[in-house]
Write a protein that binds this ligand. Structure first.
Ligand SMILES: C[S@@+](CC[C@H](N)C(=O)[O-])C[C@H]1O[C@@H](n2cnc3c(N)ncnc32)[C@H](O)[C@@H]1O
Length: 209
């Protein structure tokens, strides 16, 4: 097993324990990492939706955030989700968004193939991939985003705090999600601050070919 494969296997195992150990499926918040419904966070994501289109959540859990978007947005959205935990995708297909079951895929974000210029909104947490995969994943997302669409980079504050401590030892300051990204993309992001989540929005030009 390569170190990259080990990284994902270990992540998957740890997250499965957090979300699914002893969960018979009745706790629908846990597979997304929450104890209480995160209205403020989901509403912040909702506020970034500014047109009809396809919304892709990479690391979608059981699809709860997508459900929030499609039921509360004034725009017509079609949800798509990718997650490497089979139980979470099964719950998305069977319980949370059964009418869009075929749009949910069990896959690693680092390996999943995405159609070019297809999605209007792509949600992605850079912490979910191995650092060596980050650049190629970002390139894939920028290609998959439709002109005029958005790639929404985000990371939760508790993860940022943990990374800040690790990176301090390497004398690198981690203040927001852009600090986890290559500079060429970080400088293009609109920065949104929230006490629980750090967001950077990339807008793909509507005239880009
Ligand atoms: C904190 S949960 C977020 C769930 C959902 N996006 C939400 O906001 O409610 C992060 C999800 O990302 C998934 N994940 C993390 N790394 C991944 C990877 N490399 N490939 C696929 N899924 C991944 C986890 O299994 C987990 O379900």
């Amino acid at each position: 097993m390569t170190s990259r494969e080990k990284f994902y296997e270990e992540r998957k195992r740890r997250l499965w324990k957090m979300y699914w150990e002893g969960n018979d499926g009745s706790d629908i918040l846990r597979p997304n990492g929450f104890k209480e419904y995160p209205t403020d966070i989901y509403d912040l994501f909702l506020s970034l939706i500014d047109r009809n289109g396809r919304a892709l959540d990479l690391g979608c859990g059981n699809g709860l955030m997508l459900k929030h978007l499609i039921t509360r947005s004034r725009y017509k959205l079609i949800p798509y989700g990718v997650d490497f935990l089979e139980e979470s995708i099964r719950q998305a297909r069977e319980k949370i968004l059964p009418e869009y079951a075929e749009n949910f895929k069990v896959a690693n974000i680092a390996d999943v193939e995405l159609e070019e210029k297809f999605y209007d909104f792509i949600f992605f947490d850079p912490y979910s991939v191995h650092p060596d995969d980050l650049e190629s994943v970002i390139e894939k997302l920028l290609r998959a985003c439709r002109p005029g669409g958005k790639v929404i980079f985000y990371t939760y504050r508790d993860v940022l705090l943990m990374l800040r401590i690790i990176h301090l030892l390497r004398l690198k300051w981690i203040g927001w999600v852009g600090d986890l990204l290559p500079r060429y993309i970080a400088v293009k992001l609109e920065r949104i601050n929230h006490p629980k989540v750090s967001i950077g929005v990339y807008k793909r030009g509507s005239c880009e070919v």
